[in-house]
Every structure is written in C-alpha cells, then in structure tokens.
Design a protein around this ligand. Structure first.
Ligand code: PLP
Length: 422
C-alpha cells in the first residue's frame, strides 16, 4: 500500500461484525477467568491485555498504524514526545553511558538531554548536524550508545543527513535514533535511509489539530543488539522479569518489548486511549494535510524572501537554502510547513510585527492545521544559554512560522498587513 492509503487503512482492522471505526477501549484493566492465565501474562509468557499502562488495544492499533507508515517492525505510544525521547534513550543507556546528538534539536529535547539526563548520569555531546564523518567519529567514545538527530530540526530547519550519520553509527556498532516529527512519514521515512529507531511528537502533524499531546517510538527491527555487544540490557537476563532476555525471547521486537515491559512499566507515561483515538483520526488526513502544508509554506517562503522588510528566510524548499539538495534527496515531496524568518530592524520591530498578525496566532505550538507563530528565543528556547541558543540555530530576531492549511493567499495578506505596521 502507498503512504496515503496506509494513513487510512493501516492499524485497526475490524473483523466480521465489529465496529468500522477504531473503538476507544477506555478501560484501565482487563478481566481473566483463571489465576494461571493472568500469571502467564505477567510473566510475558503469553501476550494479552491486562493493564493499560502496559498495553491497550486502542493504543496498539494506532502504534501499529504509525509503525506501518514508518516501515518499522514494532512501535509504542507514549504520553508525549518528551517521554518518547526519554524512553528511547533510557531503554539503551544507563548511568555512565554517553550519546552523541545533533546540536540543532527542539529546545525541550535539549533540556532533557543536556540537563535532566545528565543528572541521571547519562552524558551527551552536542555536535553540528553538518559534522563530517570524521567529526562525528571523533565525538564517539568507548561508552557511546547511540547517535541522535532530527530529520528537519525544530526550529533551525537544518536537514539531517541520515545516511551519513547511519554509516558512522553502524561502523561503531551503535544505532541511529531520529526524531521525524517535522517531515512525518508522509515526507520522509528515516528507516529507509538507515535509521534504526524513529521517534515522534505525535502532538504535531500526526495529530494536526491541537487535540492531544502524545509521542511514539518506532523500531526498525534492523539493529543487531547482540552482534554489537554494547547492550547488556537487551541481551542479558532482566532481573525484574525473572530472567527474560529480550533479544532471545522477542527477536526483532526486543527494543519495543523492553521499552514497554520495563521502561513503561516503571515510568508509566502511557498515552490515554482517548488521545490515541483522536490521534488516529488526525493521521487519517495526514497525507492530504502535509501536501497542503508544504504547498502553502513554499508559497509563503517565496513571498517573504522577496519582501524588502525581511532580512532572512529559512525554508529547505527554497533554492537559496543550504539544505535544498539534502531536502530534495530525503524529502522530494516537500519537507514540512514550518519556516523561520527575521524581520529587518531591532527586537521591537519583531515584537510589533508578531503582535500585528491577526490570522496567525501566537501559540506554543507548531505543525498544526491552523497557522501559528512563535518567538523561539523568548519562548521554546528561553531556558538555553545565549551560546546554546546560537548552537541550536536560534537567533534573537528569529520568528518561527508554522503554516497551516488555510488558503495561502489569506496567510500572505495577514503577513502583508503586519509588515506594513513595522
Ligand atoms: C514538540 C517536539 C517534541 C516534544 O514533544 P511533546 O509532544 O511536546 O512532548 C520533540 N521533538 C520535536 C521535533 C518537537 O517538535
């Protein structure tokens, strides 16, 4: 099936006489007839639902759909993009371990990796996404457990050279983790380019309508944890599951099974079935929406680039953009609906412009059906130091503009009237 069809048809498949629409299994728990059966579920000897923190049919159907869209082997939903990132790292890193991460990532990820994970003893080195293979290699240490980047960085909009990073990762016996939130699997499928684990904030385009915060982790099933020899947590007996060895007992599903049975069991950031139901409705129109987001963003990027009051526009679809060729390679159908720009003049001009917008709403949100706008330096990246902000691609005058699926002419008229006020 093609990606547009998968958005509709993958995941939930009703059997004879069952509801056509994915049902919301709004139940924390599940009933069994015998103690023995329940015991087997707890021992992971049989698969079945017994407690929603571990698994829920609605969530599983939606995870299966996203898994299929990404071309993965297994997937799980989490309560947010943040928990998806946290779980994907903690599933393979312990205190004393280290990973190498692109410096151009979402502000929340930067705090999680650079501050909170460090408190847990997991160290990170941030390097430019444009690093050469030699530079990436030089950042890898004996205790490095993975490489990490964003396909299209929020909000730097740098395009991550997945194949290059995957080559270095695999040469060093470690997996590549990629946050694919911005392009979505409609525009890019990192697994096809060598990524091993794909992470999403489903809060953005996958949901698409400001409805629910959520996350997803997809495993390609391709990484050979045993051959690597660096992942005892996956390849040796888990004492908290009386000796289960994830790679032996679950094969290609090892990573997601451990992330569910151990990490989700212990940390508990499950997505609510109600939110998973809403997410599924969002995904049904994902392909249609992405096409319009990218069409509109291209028109607006071109309009702004030719406007005399605009100092700079960053959008991978512009020929002037330094990532144009990489974007064409990884996302020939379009990258995303987010662009950034700077208004000529000082900070006061930026604020005046933003406050004059009428259709584009100021919102801590991005990648949504409605056009919205944000000032990263004082909003999402406020907690970073000035030098960290620059490394993350966030200058003081940078405006992040998330183009919705309205008629692009209305968005351009809104920009035009706001620019006239500056
Ligand atoms: C928003 C975002 C996150 C965090 O996701 P939440 O759902 O807000 O927790 C992670 N990565 C990227 C690229 C994002 O845009």
């Amino acid at each position: 099936m093609r990606i547009e069809t998968k958005c509709i048809q993958s995941g939930y498949k009703p059997k004879n006489g069952e509801p056509r629409m994915l049902p919301i299994t709004q139940s924390t728990t599940f009933k069994y007839d015998s103690t023995e059966h329940m015991g087997k579920l707890f021992a992971l000897e049989e698969s079945g639902y017994f407690y929603t923190r571990l698994a829920n049919p609605t969530n599983d159907s939606v995870a299966a759909k996203i898994c299929d869209l990404e071309g993965g082997y297994a997937a799980m939903l989490t309560s947010s993009g943040q928990s998806a990132m946290f779980y994907s790292i903690i599933n393979i890193c312990s205190a004393g371990d280290h990973f190498v991460c692109s410096a151009e990532i979402y502000g929340g990820s930067h705090n999680l990796f650079g501050v909170s994970l460090k408190k847990l003893g997991i160290d990170v080195t941030f390097i430019s996404p444009d690093s050469t293979e030699e530079e990436i290699e030089a950042a890898i240490k004996e205790n490095t457990k993975c490489l990490y980047g964003e396909t299209v960085a929020n909000p730097a909009l740098s395009v991550f050279d997945i194949e290059k990073w995957a080559r270095v990762a695999h040469r060093n016996g470690i997996p590549l983790l990629v946050d694919n939130t911005f392009p979505t699997p409609v525009n890019c499928r990192p697994i096809e380019w060598g990524a091993d684990i794909v992470i999403h904030s489903t809060t953005k385009y996958l949901d698409g309508h400001d409805m629910g915060v959520g996350g997803c982790i997809v495993d390609s099933g391709n990484f050979d944890w045993e051959a690597s020899g660096k992942f005892p947590g996956l390849c040796t007996p888990d004492a908290s599951y009386h000796g289960v060895v994830y790679t032996k007992d679950f094969g290609k599903a090892a990573f997601i099974t451990k992330a569910t049975a151990q990490v989700m069991r212990d940390f508990g950031a499950i997505q609510s079935p109600m939110n998973a139901f809403l997410l599924n409705i969002g995904i049904e129109t994902l392909a249609l929406r992405m096409e319009r987001h990218c069409f509109n963003a291209q028109k607006i990027a071109e309009y702004l680039e030719s406007h005399p009051k605009i100092a700079k526009v960053t959008y991978p679809g512009l020929k002037s953009n330094k990532y144009y060729d990489l974007a064409q390679k990884y996302m020939p159908g379009g990258s995303c609906g987010v662009l950034t720009f700077e208004v000529k003049g000082d900070m006061a001009a930026t604020v005046k412009f933003m406050d004059s917008l009428k259709l584009a709403m100021i919102a801590t949100h991005v990648a949504d059906a409605r056009t919205c706008v944000l000032h990263p330096a004082s909003h999402t990246h406020r907690q970073l130091s000035p030098s960290e902000r620059i490394a993350a691609g966030v200058t003081d005058g940078l405006i992040r503009f998330s183009v919705g699926i309205e008629n692009y002419l209305d968005i351009i008229e809104d920009l035009k009237q706001a620019l006239e006020k500056v």
